[in-house]
Design a protein around this ligand. Structure first.
Ligand code: G6P
Length: 608
């Protein structure tokens, strides 16, 4: 995700700021920028691509500045480019601002600012913030920030400098981390403590709704009501490596635990509860065009292909539109039947997977509308598609995909509901789904609390050589994904199967050395899955069940039960996959595997 560093003190600011943003590189970014307060005014330099390009741009600048802000941007609104990179400035170049997060009401703010005569120059949501602060400025920078933020909806961590206040840095937080670092005659602001740890380990973490006014001699923290807040200064005892992983042993584990926060990013600002309808403007399709869609093809690879399969169940059930899910590598080499009534979704975390990109281009050539469902803004699929939806999961560093999977499933739920509302779903039905969607993050949080229980199960099975994963209906793709996670990172052979298909082959393999993971939720196929469980037991198979909370019946029919909270049946994959991610992770760790970079695998497969 984006990174922020700010400095005010007595030393040369450029190396402090540049080293600070370099420390944040691991979080992923696509452009970088810096704003310095010089005697002649504000100096801003920005560049697309790596920080080295920004360094080249400012090489030789000897401004003797002791005050500034810097940023690494991971694009959410507007492609990665020099123009869209932060810092953003007001029209007169008196203020500069960097921002992490997403401004939900930026379209309304943009209209408002245009009406006020402001010239909006970039595609970003962030630019609105600097104009709003300028609009509210009456001589007190902190007050201007506070007043401006009162009309902002969404998440932000911001840092602002102004030529009128050459000794001050103002920072504010809502949902996007910010820390104030305390030095001696110098102070810092950062989105992540790793950016400033080489200078100080004395910090205060801002809470949501707090604003810090930072000078070289100290920091005053106030809330949105301008009441002063006194936080005790904390001493950080972690190493840099621990901090990058936020204390987790691996990026994969950190990303699994991020899901209660990444899932809301997929639906934030996209739900209209009143009308029971999701709003996905990026699709670039009007309601009548959405109604005309007769056939959908979703193409993807790997974990993304599993998310696509879940989308097939959701869209067919809620919208009654026929959906086909195709491995991109297969789709592109056969002679697919495509016409201009076909809508193709290219689903990809990276937006760069060679086969998915080629499949999308092939479909476009044959007349299909191609929509991208991607995580990385500005990626090739995002650029070349005719529209799409960003899943906003933030950079995913662990090779085995976790949070991007659930964010993709979440976006597919929004698409299915939207297409459903365009057809036969009532406002009430739309609202019920929206309500269930909003409750998912808390339910994921509850499941994550079962980690110790999952770890204990892992310790019992980590030496096995084979695993079978079974699921039915919309949880069949979750069985595939659970098996893939285990294979990828623990190198244990694992297969996912539709539970009923077990009788047509895999049942021959079952004995006490072949653990079977069964997703057995209280849904219309529950009784059928229970029969499958009985078949496994009769062959001495050991069973780990993912079950619905309150289902006591299952407990004495299986060896282990992991309960997940109830939700709308079509959303259950968002919950049932979480214990499977954790199970794979802990088994891999116990086997001593390299979890974040498994052998032979790549995060982004850009070759065929
Ligand atoms: C690789 C990765 C997988 C990913 C797949 C598709 O195999 O290791 O985690 O699911 O590519 O990648 P994409 O970026 O298109 O989702």
């Amino acid at each position: 995700m984006c990174g922020i560093v700010g400095y005010v003190g007595y030393r040369e600011a450029v190396p402090i700021l540049m080293n600070g943003i370099k420390r944040l590189e691991y979080r992923g970014y696509d452009s970088a920028g810096i704003a310095l307060l010089t005697e002649g005014g504000l100096m801003v330099a920005k560049s697309a691509g790596k920080i080295e390009r920004l360094e080249e741009r400012i090489a030789g600048v000897d401004c003797r500045c002791t005050h500034g802000i810097a940023h690494t941007r991971w694009a959410t609104h507007g492609e990665p480019s020099q123009l869209n990179a932060h810092p953003h400035t007001d029209a007169d170049q008196t203020m500069a601002l960097v921002h992490n997060g997403i401004i939900e009401n930026y379209r309304a703010l943009r209209e408002y600012l245009l009406r006020q005569g402001y010239d909006v120059r970039t595609d970003t949501d962030t630019e609105m913030l600097v104009h709003l602060i300028r609009l509210n400025y009456r001589g007190d920078l902190t007050e201007a920030v506070r007043n401006a933020l009162n009309s902002v909806e969404g998440t932000y961590g911001i840092a602002v400098v102004s030529v009128e206040h050459p000794d001050t840095l103002v920072a504010a937080r809502m949902g996007s981390p910010l820390v104030v670092g305390y030095g001696d005659g110098e102070n810092y602001v950062a989105s992540d403590v790793s950016a400033i740890l080489e200078h100080t380990n004395r910090v205060v973490y801002l809470e949501d709704g707090e604003i810090a006014t930072v000078t070289a001699s100290g920091a005053e923290i106030t809330n949105m009501e301008n009441i002063r807040i006194d936080h005790p200064v904390e001493e950080i005892g972690w190493t840099l490596d621990q901090i990058e992983k936020e204390g987790y042993d691996h990026f994969m584990l950190k990303e699994i635990h991020e899901q209660p926060a990444t899932l809301p990013n997929a639906f934030r600002g996209r739900l209209n509860y009143e009308e029971g309808i999701p709003r996905l403007n990026g699709l670039n399709l009007q309601y009548d065009e959405l109604r005309r869609i007769r056939r959908i093809i979703i193409t993807a690879c790997g974990t993304s292909w599993h998310a696509a399969l879940i989308g097939e169940y959701m869209i067919e059930e809620l919208a009654r539109v026929s959906v086909e899910v195709e491995y991109a590598s297969e789709f592109r080499y056969r002679s697919p039947v495509i016409d201009d009534n076909t809508t193709l979704f290219a689903l990809s975390q990276s937006g760069e997977t060679a086969d998915t990109l080629a499949a999308m281009r092939e479909a476009q050539k044959r007349g299909a509308t191609a929509l991208g469902l991607v995580n990385v803004v500005g990626s090739t699929i995002a650029r070349e598609s005719d529209g799409g939806v960003h899943i906003h999961a933030g950079p995913e560093i662990g090779v085995a995909s976790t949070k991007a999977f659930t964010s993709h499933v979440m976006v597919l739920a929004l698409i299915a509901t939207l297409l459903g509302r365009m057809r036969h779903l009532s406002v009430q039905q739309g609202r019920e789904i929206i309500d269930a969607i909003q409750k998912i993050p808390d339910k994921v949080r509850t499941i994550l609390q079962m980690e110790q229980q999952i770890k204990a199960i892992a310790s019992e099975y980590y030496q096995m050589n084979n695993f079978l994963y079974l699921g039915r209906g919309i949880n069949f793709p979750v069985a595939l994904e659970g098996a893939l996670k285990l294979k990828e990172i623990s190198y244990i052979h694992a297969e996912g199967y539709p539970a009923a298909e077990m009788k047509h082959g895999p049942i021959a393999l079952i004995d006490q050395n072949m653990p079977v993971v069964v997703i057995a939720l209280k849904d219309p196929v529950y009784d059928k899955v229970m029969s499958n469980i009985a078949e496994v037991r009769a062959r001495h198979g050991r069973i780990i069940a993912i079950a619905t909370e309150g289902d006591t019946e299952i407990a004495d029919r299986v060896n282990h039960v992991l309960y997940i909270p109830k939700t709308n049946r079509l959303l259950t994959p968002l919950l049932s996959v979480i214990p499977l991610q954790l199970l794979a992770y802990h088994i891999a760790v116990m086997r001593g595997c390299h979890v974040d970079q498994p052998r032979n695998l790549a995060k982004s497969v850009t070759v065929e």
